[in-house]
Design a protein around this ligand. Structure first.
Ligand code: NDP
Ligand code: HEM
Length: 501
């Protein structure tokens, strides 16, 4: 087989890719070695900023196949019976940087991009149905507690527990994070949730509220903290290996896709705010409806181009699927596209992985990396309105009006919200073993924080369930005694067991 000839980026054939152009065999290097200069310059530009959160990730392509019939709730073409939609999934941890180890206790991102005939629909969820905060004003502060301390450059358990203990709305998510499901062996063995309440709109223009669920068909599998420590010692890339090799072997991971649907006016009747991201909708009240299967069946050819440059945004909706008044969702509608313009560049949506697989017509104009031709239908139509048959609006896509009322005010999101019942319902689902692991996972994470903060957090656990508070208190005391014994042992024998022999 003949090999293609190596070229520069401008297509000039390269005669020697091993040796720099030098004055004499010992150098120095000549300035005119443009091939060397090009190689070094490109290397200097190989990185884009990592995502400010969810930096470490793993992804693959697949298909959403709809088998159920929810056409009475939504007109979205991708959700009609029999529809098959190509899609991309990117999973991630939240707090770790790009090179973080995979087997860490953290929420997993579950970001999906469906390339539908009506544009891209992105569902940017997590492996948990709820979140730590319910007001977006709290999000940057929350994330700062998960990232590194400005002085020590270390992760700070004090900051984490200080924030959580002062934010009782976090209890539900904290309970999930420190339960078995907080450390899945890989992304194949976890559920995904759209988490927010979204809306469906049907052909008749009726609105329903909806929550999305993706139930793993590989079964739930988790690691204990001890097992994860051993895994990280062996490989830092356990999830990447698991997902990539399973797909290469032809073992395509699948998730059962379900929705919970609430008639629009029920939102005024539920005992909880259905737009509060710290709450689930109990299955007993809104039973999950099976709508189909999501399967991942193709690994990316180039990780950087297709996964690192993938840009997901909750603002990407399609006719028949829309937003809700959830304050967190509203903020995310702004935040993601803004992040992509900074992280990737103005025209990020024209990169192949982000480009819709349907016609795109807009009047946005120039800027760095404007590499695509006019997308308005006609080169004379570069403004709107115009007389040159350029793309124009179509009122048939208008959403039904949404009734909103109320005075503009910074309403306290802590007033009138029950932060304890739903974590209690979860705690009551756990058997004795699950509860004990929850206690010891929490104790391991809380060890060493100031007593005042620990007491405040334990008081919150006690309000969820007296056995929850008592269990964490006992586990923390046990952890403290064990660590003290370890320290005493080290002081007696500072050089460790080998030197002692
Ligand atoms: P149900 O008993 O009908 O639902 C319980 C849900 O909890 C199931 O979806 C199950 O997921 C999930 N679950 C089971 N074990 C765990 C675990 N160790 N960690 C996290 N989730 C688990 O009760 P409700 O709908 O009334 O909900 C009760 C509690 O269950 C909620 O307060 C919430 O904490 C939790 N939950 C509820 C969900 C919902 O949408 N209603 C979704 C996920 C959790 P699976 O089907 O995969 O086994
Ligand atoms: C990533 C902001 C809440 C799931 C990101 C990114 C930002 C961000 C800026 C980086 C995007 C990028 O550079 O590509 C916010 C804000 C939130 C919020 C402002 C709240 C107000 C949430 C919630 C969820 C979530 C509630 C899940 C339900 C994700 C996921 C990613 C992500 C999965 C990674 C997407 C990917 O794989 O590229 N978030 N986020 N975020 N966020 Fe959020």
């Amino acid at each position: 087989m003949t090999r293609p000839t190596l070229t520069t980026t401008a297509g000039n054939p390269i005669a020697d890719n091993q040796n720099s152009l030098t004055a004499g065999p010992r150098g120095p290097v000549l300035m005119q070695d443009y091939q060397l200069l090009e190689k070094l310059a490109h290397q200097n530009r190989e990185r884009i900023p990592e995502r400010v959160v969810h930096a470490k990730g793993w992804g693959a392509f697949g298909t959403l196949t709809v088998t159920g019939d929810i056409s009475k709730y939504t007109k979205a073409k991708a959700l009609q019976p029999g529809a098959q939609t190509p899609m991309l999934a990117r999973f991630s941890t939240v707090a770790g940087e790009l090179g973080a180890a995979d087997a860490e206790r953290d929420v997993r991102g579950f970001a999906l991009k469906f390339y539908t005939p009506e544009g891209n629909w992105d569902l940017v969820g997590n492996n948990t149905p709820v979140f730590f905060v319910r007001d977006p004003y709290k999000f940057p502060d929350f994330i700062h507690t998960q990232k590194r301390h400005p002085k020590t450059n270390l992760r700070s358990p004090t900051a984490m527990w200080d924030f959580w203990s002062l934010s009782p709305e976090s209890l539900h998510q904290v309970t999930i994070l420190f339960s078995d499901r907080g450390l899945p062996v890989g992304v194949r063995n976890m559920n995904g949730y759209g988490s927010h309440t979204y809306s469906f709109i049907n052909e008749a223009g009726e609105r329903f509220w909806v929550k999305f669920h993706f139930k793993t068909l590989q079964g739930h599998k988790h690691w204990t903290n001890g097992e994860a420590t051993e895994v990280v010692g062996r490989t830092r890339e356990s999830t990447q290996e698991d997902l990539f090799t399973a797909i290469e072997r032809g073992e395509f991971p699948k998730w059962k896709v379900q929705v919970q649907v609430m008639p629009e006016l029920d939102a005024e009747k539920t005992s909880y705010n259905p737009f509060d991201l710290t709450k689930v909708w109990p299955h007993g009240e809104y039973p999950p409806i099976d709508i189909g299967i999501m399967e991942l069946n193709r690994n990316p050819e180039n990780y950087f181009a297709e996964i690192e440059q993938a840009a997901f945004s909750p603002s990407n909706i399609v006719p028949g699927i829309s937003f809700s008044p959830d304050k967190m969702l509203q903020a995310r509608i702004f935040s993601y596209a803004d992040a992509h313009r900074y992280r990737i560049g103005t025209h990020y949506e024209h990169l192949p992985v982000n480009a819709p697989k349907c016609p795109v017509h807009h009047y946005h104009k120039d800027g760095a990396m404007r590499f695509f031709p006019q997308v308005t239908g006609n080169t004379d139509a570069y403004y709107e309105p115009n007389s040159f048959n350029g793309a124009a609006e179509d009122a048939k896509y208008a959403e039904p009006p949404l009734q909103i009322s109320g005075d503009a005010e910074r309403y306290s999101h802590r007033i009138g919200n029950d932060d304890f019942s739903q974590p209690r319902a979860l705690f009551e689902l756990f058997d004795a073993g699950q509860r004990q692991r929850l206690f010891s996972n929490l104790a391991a994470a809380m060890y060493g924080i100031p007593q005042e903060i620990a007491d405040r957090q334990i008081a919150l656990f006690t309000k969820v369930h007296p056995e929850y508070g008592a269990g964490v208190k006992a586990a923390l005391e046990h952890e403290t005694r064990a660590k003290a014994a370890e320290t005493a042992q080290q002081q007696k024998n500072p050089a460790g067991p080998v030197a002692a022999e």
